[in-house]
Design a protein around this ligand. Structure first.
Ligand code: OGA
Ligand code: MN
Length: 337
């Protein structure tokens, strides 16, 4: 049962055995199958783009026992890692994005989390670990689990582009980044088991990119009672939940200190560069943190917007609306008789 696996991997004393956690950075694993790059994008496949290594060098895997779950082993250059880690801490942690710390009223009108945490303010020590999530695009509503047209801001172009490149390389042609959550984890954080079913379009893949400390990703079945598999996610790894796996229970029972820190590697040339002072700060933050960029498509292909008073149509609700519009037409006909 998912809950039992979660409890086991979350346990502090004694800590769990990690031998059976699937590690795709060790390609000897028999439980995985290598996939070819599906198709080229408008970008040349032999160049770096948005901090990604040339697409023709990516290592893509699938897990035959979890259909639709696709894993790309760290396709980022080390300066790509530095770029995305810094963007998340510095830029995605400010308005107009929504942040978990908004409700705590800890920041003044003009203050940003990054400024307060990097400029010698005495609130920094308390505030650094308080940042847990940021949302943009259609804002994820943690209470209602519903997206609405009114609760939406622009999606940063680089998030749109990078997820398009990733989707295309896996053969998903029409991916549109419409909602994103940036999860910030500390070493003792967990993310409880859940299914991401708020999106109107559940056929589109969910793209999840992680940086910093490693995590144990637990994925179960479509029912909470189903057993689960545990996988390591390391810095730069991309997990794509598509097809049948899109609606499986999953969660993060444990953050594990990374054995390798690919953000520290040297590189001579790249397409993305970060200010060295900003990186120095972001590097100190990531030494005790993990970042997950979780990107979803919300709308169905023919859908232009979400209309607030129209929940997702089920077979039952669409029958009711056909029925009520028939009554409405009948009333109109009667009126004009
Ligand atoms: C999520 C999620 C997984 C992760 O944000 O919905 O499942 O790897 N995140 O942090
Ligand atoms: Mn999720």
């Amino acid at each position: 049962m998912f809950k039992d696996y979660f409890k086991y991997y979350k346990r502090r004393n004694p800590p769990p055995e990690l031998e059976s956690v699937i590690d795709l950075s060790n390609s000897a694993s028999e439980q995985v199958r290598k996939l070819p790059v599906q198709c080229a994008t408008q970008y040349e496949t032999d160049k770096t783009i948005f901090g990604l290594k040339p697409i023709n060098s990516w290592e893509i895997f699938e897990l035959p026992h979890i259909p639709g779950l696709i894993f790309i082993r760290n396709p980022f250059t080390s300066s790509g890692q530095r770029y995305w880690i810094t963007r998340c801490f510095k830029d995605y942690s400010r308005k107009p994005n929504k942040l978990n710390i908004d409700v705590h009223d800890v920041l003044g009108e003009k203050e940003t989390w990054w400024d307060v945490c990097t400029k010698g303010d005495r609130r920094a020590a308390l505030l650094i670990p308080k940042l847990r999530w940021a949302t943009f695009g259609y804002h994820h509503n943690w209470d209602t689990k519903h997206y609405t047209e009114e609760n939406k801001i622009e999606m940063p172009i680089e998030v749109e582009e990078i997820t398009k490149v990733i989707a295309k390389a896996l053969g998903f042609d029409n991916f549109n980044a419409e909602a994103a959550i940036i999860n910030f984890y500390r070493m003792n954080s967990t993310l409880a088991g859940h299914v991401d079913h708020s999106e109107d379009n559940l056929d589109a893949p969910l793209i999840s990119v992680s940086f910093g400390q490693s995590a144990i990703f637990l994925i179960g079945g479509s029912k909470y009672e189903d057993p689960a598999h545990a996988l390591f996610i390391h810095s730069g790894d991309v997990v794509v939940m598509s097809g049948e796996s899109r609606l499986r229970y999953h969660g993060i029972p444990r953050i594990v200190r990374a054995c390798k820190t690919p953000w520290d590697d040297e590189e001579l040339r790249d397409d993305v560069l970060v200010d060295s002072k900003d990186w120095c700060t972001a590097k100190s933050f990531i030494s005790d943190a993990r970042i997950n960029i979780n990107v979803r498509r919300v709308l169905r292909p023919e859908q232009m917007t979400l209309t607030t008073c129209q929940p997702r149509r089920t077979w039952f609700s669409s029958r009711i609306s056909i029925f009520s519009s028939a009554i409405f037409t009948l009333n109109l006909v009667n009126k004009f008789k």
